[in-house]
Design a protein around this ligand. Structure first.
Ligand SMILES: Cc1cc2nc3c(=O)[nH]c(=O)nc-3n(C[C@H](O)[C@H](O)[C@H](O)COP(=O)(O)O)c2cc1C
Length: 324
């Protein structure tokens, strides 16, 4: 539960806006790390989150990859879940009605293996008319499936075509989730902007691998998987920084955020909001904790709003002169 007295909360304005949608605070939970909210609701007040991004949903239910699907690594974890999910019919009939009971905003994350499937899933969710569903996050960046996922996310013209097709189907927030597994995120951020996305979110997991030296076999059933957690925060920050320079779209920063000072780094670099992922497996109330800590940290710094921090990175003149 939130530990901040109401009066302290009122002194700090945590609200932010993305694509015309106002969020009470900028701390969201990341897709695939919070299920559909029901487990975490036993441990914390999920209404205190700025938004819940639901597990990627596809047209049909998916069992995901064979075990082993999770390996702990230094300051992080590798996963190859493979987009296990309940399928869009159950999502609409059971998961969205549950989430509609909470006073927070819901962003439905969609994964698919063709433009047509992305469109059908979005339309099915759109028709559910869930009152607190404010938009979609389009997963074009999952490294753990053979079909779809990264094959979209590493091809900028395809990202543009997909985003344009989805834009025609909804007036709700359209957020495209980008992969770090490319040399440069610039063409991808710009493709999203050209095609009419409202925002981009980054990063998804970083391709990684772990080997058992005794059996000399890969630890994950898919050989490689996606690295997440504190180990990837510097990569995520650098990608957000690059995207900030490439586009005017609002950015949602994701990657290794464990506390409010981590979140603040993303705001300074230019993110309007952040998502907490792997830390939910350590503390199911991680998002609510970070939100409370953020209030304390802002007050300590003499700030009264989170908005005033966004994009305030100072790059010293001598660094600029050297081309950085
Ligand atoms: C177990 C696990 C499952 C995930 N499943 C999804 C998913 O279904 N869709 C998606 O867009 N991202 C998924 N992600 C990626 C996270 O949403 C997030 O982008 C990534 O983990 C980086 O953030 P973090 O370091 O805070 O975890 C998953 C991550 C983990 C660890």
């Amino acid at each position: 539960m939130s530990t901040q007295p109401h009066s302290i909360k009122q002194e700090v304005n945590l609200s932010i806006e993305i694509g015309g949608v106002r969020f009470a605070n900028p701390i969201f939970v990341a897709s695939g790390t919070f299920g559909y909210g029901s487990e975490a609701s036993q441990f914390c007040d999920i209404s205190a989150l700025g938004a819940i991004v639901t597990k990627s949903v596809s047209w049909n239910p998916r069992p995901g990859n064979y075990p082993r699907r999770i390996v702990e690594t230094a300051s992080g974890m590798l996963n190859s879940i493979g987009l296990a999910n309940v399928g869009v019919a159950t999502f609409v009939d059971e998961k969205l009605p549950y989430l509609a009971e909470f006073d927070t905003k819901i962003i439905a994350n969609i994964a698919a293996s063709s433009i047509d499937e992305y469109c059908r899933v979005l339309e099915k969710i759109e028709n559910s008319a869930t009152h607190n569903l404010v938009g979609y996050e389009i997963n074009v960046s999952c490294p753990n499936v053979k079909d779809g996922g990264l094959s979209f996310g590493t091809n900028a013209p395809m990202v543009e075509e997909l985003t344009a097709a989805l834009r025609r189907l909804t007036k709700k927030l359209l957020i495209v989730k980008l992969t770090p597994n490319v040399t440069s995120v610039t063409p991808f951020a710009q493709a999203c902007e050209h095609a009419g996305a409202d925002a981009i979110s980054l990063i998804n997991t970083v391709v990684g691998m772990s080997v058992d030296i005794h059996t000399r076999t890969p630890r994950l059933s898919t050989v490689t998987g996606g690295l997440s957690g504190p180990a990837i925060k510097p990569i995520a920050l650098a990608k957000v920084y690059e995207a900030r320079k490439a586009t005017k779209l609002p950015i949602i920063g994701i990657g290794g955020i464990a506390n409010a000072s981590d979140a603040m780094e993303f705001f300074i670099v230019g993110a309007s909001a952040v998502q907490i992922g792997t830390m939910n497996f350590v503390h199911p109330d991680a998002g609510v904790r970070v939100c409370d800590e953020l209030i304390t940290l802002l007050l300590q710094q003499g700030q009264t709003s989170v908005k005033s921090l966004i994009g305030t990175l100072e790059v010293p003149e001598q660094m600029k002169a050297l081309g950085w």
